[in-house]
Design a protein around this ligand. Structure first.
Ligand code: GLC
Length: 755
């Protein structure tokens, strides 16, 4: 449709039709077959048949035949035969599930992340989906908040790079391209900074911190062309985002220039009442529409409480028209007027979904996401990096003794298909390869597998995890589980302990006050460590955890995140050395929960603690260090690298030109490896305080043993700009430090002056 045709259509629509376009309901209201995914509290919705007949969009299902039937029947009923939009949370893969977004952040590989999103878009579009509620662009610095699992970490630059990559992967250059879907950048805005780490609470941020750091991911997603933005549940400057005109009209539409569709989060329009910001549904509908919310997701505020206020003139119909026009434009961008069934095709879907290529991509993403935190005595890789053939014969006799090794594979994740996160809504555990299956497939010596304990102990608090396997297990059975594991540990040369969070312990509505692996698993780990000190621990988790005891008792520690459908293969590939670990932490792993929120790019304070000291009257704790257990950007490989101090081609820079910083990276180990070299900059003095370091670039470099290469980073004025005290963006003259390092906690700086 042309713009003019859309305008004609809008002009011809009745008031009821327009309002119907602005309502989104759970797919169940129209479904006859298929699976409905519920992603929020079910509330009583007073929806009339007439409102159903004109419904603009639904969320929460996928099935090409069912969605084609719904589209056909709805268009027949709709007075202007306007096609519907079908939306779903395709968060980290559709049927082929790749690592949870925090794991994707750990890859430091935007191209890979883009490819994954593109694959997800094709699987989703073949199953009838038009819009995904992804990427979550919220900056995440508080690991108590369960939704850090869905973000790409604590750094604005990395967050921005990954958000843009996901938008590009989902949408391509034009949403009408085959198998592309519309991306929805969420949750606007500041949702990642909930008070006390508790979901849905207020974001208490200074305006400067909010605009400078917390907007970075959304800004990048909008610049990448995202067709939709979703409001957040939290308040911003004490006004709920979903009714916040300043946030939505001045910042989102004005400053960020967003012209697409703004959808509320699930029930968030009606929740303006619970916030105490709206007195009733009339008031909630009026405030949300005035703020610029185009679609009311799963509430009856728009459907039941707009028409009268428009007719009475209390709300201007022009507000309605602009909202409906944006919705029609999005449907037009997706080509729905000409092709209402788009790419929904069951046969084609069956051919493409979970294909070998898709699994290979998911496996590579999982491999690159895994972070090696510790590797004492080079206990890993198990076979010295020798590719182990199926028959168990290795290709290099020097490692033969390893092949005879007995491995004990212990823990609730040892042979579990639960490697998908709580947001892998379309993924199925039946398609997941377990760690045990993968290790057996590659002939990894003699494998003694024993679960050892349940995921969560009977008396442990996890409100999300109602039904527990411990409910069905007697004390005797629990003892036998443990004894079997300890027997295996005693008999084995090495123990691979696979532990971690229950998948419902992270994600939405999964805030935690103690960031530990479940106590029952911690207890098993202690007992295993007593009988075998060659302990290699794999941690499956949606978030940073307090791993002090895990690290103390293990010779090696791997973070696998929620690795997805190919997670078992990826973990086995890293354990056996078929591929080397290269992941880097996208969030700090705290020394303890009490340090949260914690991030490397903090402000200095007027009394920064001298490194390694614990002095009174300096900023620090009396019972813990300031530093996290593992910092942002940290991750080991199976080799080792040296990096020289950075050198600059000039130490004075003018506003117009650029300087180049570089350092020489050398693989000083015995095998090839990939290092992520990171560029950090510090502005030593400015009109507002600036972080002690800020990531401004990174390069992944693969080197053979003994190889060196110079890694260079151009630095231009745009990398020095920030939100100045006068409210304008720009750089300020003065001294800057440049770090080129392998994590946010290493490296000695070079200095330059901006004139
Ligand atoms: C949920 C989430 C949001 C999701 C939406 C639709 O409450 O906050 O991230 O996209 O509802 O499922």
């Amino acid at each position: 449709m042309t713009k003019r045709q859309l305008e004609e259509l809008l002009k011809d629509m009745s008031l009821q039709e327009k309002i119907d376009q602005m309502v989104q309901l759970p797919a169940g209201v129209l479904m006859k077959n298929g699976r409905e995914i519920i992603t929020g509290p079910l509330s009583d919705l007073h929806i009339t048949q007439e409102e159903l007949d004109g419904l603009g969009s639904i969320l929460g299902t996928y099935d090409p035949d069912e969605l084609n039937r719904i589209q056909k029947e709805q268009m027949e009923r709709q007075p202007h035969h306007i096609p519907m939009l079908f939306m779903l949370d395709v968060i980290h893969g559709m049927k082929t599930v790749y690592p949870s977004p925090l794991g994707q952040g750990a890859t430091f590989d935007p191209d890979l992340v883009r490819d994954c999103a593109s694959m997800a878009a094709k699987e989703a579009s073949l199953l009838g989906v038009h819009v995904t509620f992804s990427p979550m662009a919220d900056l995440c610095r508080d690991a108590r908040w369960g939704r850090v699992m869905e973000g790409t970490g604590e750094d604005p630059y990395l967050n921005g790079r990954m958000t843009a990559a996901m938008v590009e992967g989902y949408q391509g250059h034009d949403m009408q391209e085959p198998y592309k879907i519309c991306a929805c950048v969420k949750h606007f805005a500041g949702y990642g900074a909930p008070t006390a780490g508790r979901d849905y609470t207020a974001a208490q941020l200074s305006r400067h911190t909010f605009l400078e750091y917390y907007l970075s991911g959304y800004r990048a997603g909008i610049r990448a062309g995202a067709g939709m933005v979703m409001t957040s549940f939290n308040t911003v400057e004490d006004i709920p985002a979903t009714g916040n005109q300043t946030l939505m009209r001045d910042v989102l539409r004005g400053e960020l220039g967003f012209k697409g569709v703004l959808i509320s989060d699930y029930g968030a329009v009606k929740e303006l009442i619970a916030h105490g910001y709206a007195s009733d549904k009339d008031d909630a509908a009026a405030k949300a529409l005035t703020a610029g919310v185009d679609i009311d997701m799963v509430s009856d505020c728009y459907s039941d409480h707009l028409a009268e206020q428009i007719r009475s003139g209390k709300i201007s119909e022009s507000l309605l028209n602009e909202a409906v026009m944006r919705i029609l434009e999005l449907k037009n961008k997706l080509g729905l007027f000409e092709h209402p069934y788009r790419y929904a095709d069951k046969k084609e879907a069956e051919r493409f979904i979970l294909s070998d290529d898709n699994r290979k991509l998911a496996r590579r993403a999982a491999q690159e996401s895994i972070v090696l935190l510790k590797n004492e005595d080079d206990i890993l890789p198990l076979y010295g990096g020798v590719r182990v053939s199926k028959s168990g014969e290795n290709q290099d006799n020097t490692e033969r003794q390893n092949i005879r090794n007995k491995l004990a594979l212990i823990g609730p994740y040892a042979d579990s298909r639960s490697l998908l996160s709580s947001w892998a809504v379309a993924g199925e555990q039946k398609d997941v390869v377990t760690i045990r299956e993968a290790l057996e497939e590659c002939g990894a010596g003699t494998l003694l597998t024993a679960k050892g304990c349940p995921m969560i102990g009977r008396d442990e608090i996890c409100y999300n995890c109602e039904s527990r396997e411990t409910d069905s297990l007697s004390d005797q059975e629990l003892c036998e589980m443990e004894e079997e594991a300890l027997r295996a540990a005693r008999e084995a040369d090495q123990v691979i302990l696979c532990v971690g969070e229950h998948f419902l312990q992270s994600g939405e509505s999964a805030s935690r006050t103690e960031l530990l692996i479940p106590a029952v698993q911690q207890d098993l780990m202690r007992k295993v460590a007593q009988v075998n000190s060659n302990l290699i621990t794999v941690v499956v988790t949606g978030r940073p955890l307090d791993l002090r005891e895990v690290v103390k008792l293990s010779k090696a520690v791997l973070i696998a995140w929620f690795p997805g459908t190919e997670g078992g293969h990826a973990v086995a590939d890293i354990l056996t050395g078929a591929t080397s670990p290269q992941g880097k932490l996208p969030m700090s792993f705290p020394y303890c929960t009490g340090q949260e929120p914690i991030s490397y790019n903090a402000f200095s304070s007027g009394r920064p603690m001298p490194e390694g000291k614990h002095l009174r009257f300096f900023s620090g704790y009396s019972d813990a260090p300031n530093e996290p257990l593992y910092p942002f950007g940290y991750g080991l490989t199976y080799t080792d690298f040296s990096l020289t101090d950075p050198t600059l081609d000039r130490d004075v820079m003018s506003q117009e030109d650029k300087i180049t910083a570089s350092a020489v990276l050398t693989n000083i180990g015995k095998r090839s490896g990939t290092e992520t070299v990171q560029l950090y900059i510090r502005d030593l003095s400015a009109s507002v305080v600036r972080p002690v370091r800020e990531l401004k670039g990174f390069q992944k470099v693969k080197l053979e043993a003994g190889q060196s290469c110079r890694v260079s980073f151009p630095i231009d004025i745009s990398m020095l700009e920030f939100l100045r005290a006068d409210g304008t963006f720009g750089a300020e003259k003065g001294k800057f430090q440049v770090f080129i390092s392998r994590s946010s906690a290493e490296g000695r700086p070079a200095e330059f002056t901006l004139q």
